[in-house]
Design a protein around this ligand. Structure first.
Ligand SMILES: [Zn+2]
Length: 403
């Protein structure tokens, strides 16, 4: 159930929101690649440790719900770098690093997620011409293991950083389940960076309020030919309700959808049970809340028209986030990106990420890019050059946060 909702959601984020830009950027990078042989070769050499580790990590399976092995691997890796590492009772990882080359600075939080979408078993990464892809039958897992590889390398090479806290969640891709179980009292940081956005050119400063609405309709079963008058058709009741709901884009910051419907068993039976999964979201929290109540009211009213009953479960999965474009985390991310030659702009997304939950829990967190492209597809890939830039961006964020 939740899996479906989030798959739809994140695909939309990747394909709907960024697709155009990804295509443009791909063309641009190809030009650079053909014009500058030496640069690529040289960077390949410099990046070898990070790339090898990335390739190693994507081969450790960690589809959502199955992250334990990978978390143990990460625990050892963060410990090797001097981190104090805890895996919480839900299986999220928290690592803490003492300041380096500075004193008395505020801690910052760096966050990634450990899980991948499917198909993520048996990933075989292939590096060719400066681009890493899977063999083609699986995702690559750059979302979000590129972010983790870049962070590990940045921690390895940074000469200066404030206290760094690291949060690696599990089950992000199936509805932010891991981060919601995170014990936020473990963190002292009040600001941070989520390494989970695809392109480097965009800094995410906000996301929507999101309501998941599950409706279970109970009718009454009966033989459709022998005694239909004894039945109450739950499919028809669902149809009345869904037909009445306003769906799609309702205004520039508000959407609603019914994404799944299940019900009925046989053609000649009056169906007694139907469930459908709806959602609404808006960058304006009040709007999303009001809309969820309206949708609930409509469903209740319409379902009862033929005598069916309905149970409705509404879950406000996250609240709208809006970080000021002038906030320190945004300014720092922009400066850090500028130092690697990227002019970044700020944006809101209609998808939601772990950053929404960190922000909802009082940690101001901007989303920055890791360089992954076409995530959630078997065409997912990443340029070594982009990984190098992302790693250097993190090193620069460390430096800027230590002065
Ligand atoms: Zn991700």
């Amino acid at each position: 159930m939740v899996l479906f909702v989030v798959k739809v959601f994140t695909t939309e984020r990747t394909k709907g929101f960024h697709k155009g830009r990804n295509e443009v950027k791909t063309q641009k990078i190809f030009q650079i690649k053909f014009n500058s042989h030496f640069k690529i070769k040289n960077e390949k050499f410099m990046n070898e440790r990070m790339i090898n580790q990335f390739m190693e990590m994507v081969q450790i399976e960690s589809e959502s719900g199955n992250e334990a092995n990978f978390m143990n691997y990460l625990k050892a890796e963060f410990e090797k770098l001097g981190g104090e590492v805890t895996i919480d009772s839900y299986g999220n990882l928290i690592a803490k690093f003492a300041e380096k080359g500075c004193t008395g600075k505020e801690p910052i939080l760096m966050s990634c997620h450990a899980d991948t979408v499917q198909p993520g078993k048996g990933i075989e990464p292939v590096l060719k011409d400066g681009v890493i892809r899977s063999k083609g039958d699986t995702i690559l897992g750059a979302d979000d293991k590129a972010g983790i590889a870049e962070l590990l390398e940045a921690l390895r090479v940074a000469e200066v950083h404030p206290p760094v806290e690291v949060g690696i969640s599990r089950q992000e891709e199936v509805g932010l389940l891991g981060i919601k179980e995170m014990d936020f009292s473990m963190f002292k940081a009040k600001k941070g960076y989520l390494l989970d956005n695809d392109e480097l050119e965009t800094i995410i400063i906000g996301g929507p309020s999101y309501y998941a609405i599950d409706a279970t309709i109970k009718g009454r079963g009966a033989h459709a030919g022998m005694e239909p008058e004894k039945g109450i058709n739950a499919i028809q009741a669902a149809a009345f309700a869904i037909a009445k709901l306003k769906l799609g884009r309702l205004d520039e910051e508000t959407t609603a959808n019914v994404g799944v419907i299940n019900g009925g068993i046989i053609r000649n039976g009056v169906p007694d049970n139907v469930t459908f999964l709806a959602e609404c979201r808006s960058l304006n929290h009040e709007k999303a809340e009001k809309l969820s109540k309206e949708m609930e009211k409509i469903i209740r009213e319409e379902v009862t028209k033929n005598g069916s009953k309905v149970e409705i479960f509404i879950d406000n999965k996250c609240k709208a986030v809006e970080i000021s474009p002038d906030a320190e985390v945004v300014e720092t991310a922009k400066k850090a990106l500028k130092s690697v030659g990227v002019d970044a702009t700020t944006t809101f997304i209609t998808g939601f990420t772990d950053a929404s939950i960190y922000n909802n829990n009082g940690i101001e967190m901007a989303g920055v890019g890791i360089g992954a492209r076409l995530e959630h597809s078997t065409d997912e890939h990443i340029y070594v050059d982009d990984m190098e830039k992302a790693k250097n961006m993190i090193v620069e964020i460390f430096k800027l946060s230590a002065v």
